[in-house]
Design a protein. Sequence first.
Length: 152
Amino acid sequence: MTESIFLLYFYTRSGHLNCYSMASEKEKSMIHIDYQATGGAKSQDDHVDIRLVKKAQGFLGRGAREEILRILDSALRLQAGEIAQRLVTPQSLHAVGQQAALEAIKLYRTGQKENFREFALIYTRQAMVLARNSMSVPDPHAPRPELPPRQF
């Protein structure tokens, strides 16, 4: 059984925390956590305007959808890092979160009690948790690999 060393580096200039798993060069993965996204006060950059959502729901709303993904990207990265819990790679969950955000654009209706950002983050969190559970838990009905016979 290999032991892995987990190191944290905090860069004061950018305010970012980078995590490295130093088990081996193959297993090294970097998780970029943007702690400015977790700030208590929400900045205007985090707000998704309802007009942008309506434009993204339209047939020619590709640019608006990309803009919404850009706005939600830091929050999606943070959610992916939290949900991964060392069971799966946060990068794979981030990709799932981006797809779920695009689906949330289609499902969101004007006049809902929560704003689009809240709705999208709830929807992406559910999708990430389902993806993590399906990736990390082996299928009980899958055939087991053949083990070599024991030799005494």
